[in-house]
Design a protein around this ligand. Structure first.
Ligand SMILES: O=C[C@H](O)[C@@H](O)CC(=O)C(=O)O
Ligand SMILES: [Zn+2]
Length: 277
């Protein structure tokens, strides 16, 4: 498991492109027959990707967590981002995930495994885990059942629907919040005007992009912004002091996930356009 340490915004001012990418961008989570995890010291969030083809892939604590099993001190949300049906087996119980379906698995489950229903059409499972202090029920939710939030407008090129899966009004968790934002056709901007939430970090996974498509992701303090050029199926960690917003060269979708202190969406501070530099 790769580790990413937390950074100080005063230091980040001095980072060049290479260093910014090294600290915040996750490039290669999704590889056939592999389960890859990256541990961020921002709120100890783990993001990962599993692409089970022929074999079953197991979510394991490994050397880093120093626990008997992965969910001993954690909870996890999993979303399938491929057309191929994914199967998540939790202590023997199977959950089938179509594209955009999510399953939440609570603290204390010893065995979590991933497989594809059809190896010629494998699932691609995005994994986000945060630390947990009590068990909430394991639950599956399809995109149709998620809370939709209509945002933006055509004139601002940011018309989109935010689907909330794991949050106060949906699947309950200790601190993990997770959902997916779909842009309306011909709309390219997410999360603009931007916001901050100093009590939570966030991770964005951009996907459903063509090979040559890019999302230009903006980060940094509002008056000291930087950008990261991102490809399909890459993740970016957003520190609590950073804006997180992007514009695509083509259509894209993204999964956002947050962990930290407050368990509410509405405690975000909106950033006025005057503040951006
Ligand atoms: O804190 C909330 C997260 O940044 C996302 O929900 C924002 C988002 O999906 C969007 O504006 O498109
Ligand atoms: Zn946010």
């Amino acid at each position: 498991m790769e580790i990413r340490y937390a950074t100080n915004p005063t230091d980040v001012k001095r980072y060049d492109t290479e260093r910014i990418r090294k600290e915040f961008l996750v490039e290669n989570l999704f590889k056939s027959n592999e389960l890859n995890l990256v541990y961020s010291h921002y709120d100890r969030l783990i993001t990962g990707g599993a692409v089970p083809v022929k074999e079953t892939l197991k979510l394991e604590a490994g050397d880093l967590l120093k626990t008997e099993y992965f969910l001993e001190r954690r909870e996890v949300g999993i979303i399938n981002i491929a057309e191929g049906v994914g199967i998540v087996t939790v202590d023997g119980e199977k959950y089938e995930l179509n594209k955009r379906d999510c399953v939440y698995v609570g603290l204390g489950h010893e065995s979590v495994a991933f497989s594809s229903k059809d190896s010629s059409n494998p699932a691609r499972l995005y994994i986000v885990s945060a630390t947990a202090h009590k068990q909430y029920p394991t639950q599956k939710i399809a995109i149709e059942e998620a809370t939709p939030n209509h945002m933006g407008s055509d004139s601002q090129s940011n018309k989109r629907t935010i689907y909330q899966y794991i949050h106060a009004g949906g699947i309950q968790s200790c601190q993990l919040m997770m959902g997916m934002t779909l842009l309306a056709p011909n709309n390219m901007w997410n999360t603009m005007p931007p916001h901050l939430h100093d009590r939570r970090m966030e991770a964005y996974l951009y996907f459903d992009m063509d090979e040559d498509s890019r999302v230009i992701h903006f980060m940094g303090r509002p008056d000291e912004t930087r950008h990261i050029v991102m490809r399909n199926e890459q993740v970016v960690f957003s520190p609590p002091w950073s804006i997180h917003s992007g514009v695509g060269t083509d259509n894209y979708t993204f999964i956002w996930a947050m962990a930290g202190e407050n368990y509410t969406f509405t405690d975000m501070d909106s950033v006025s356009m005057d503040e951006l530099k």
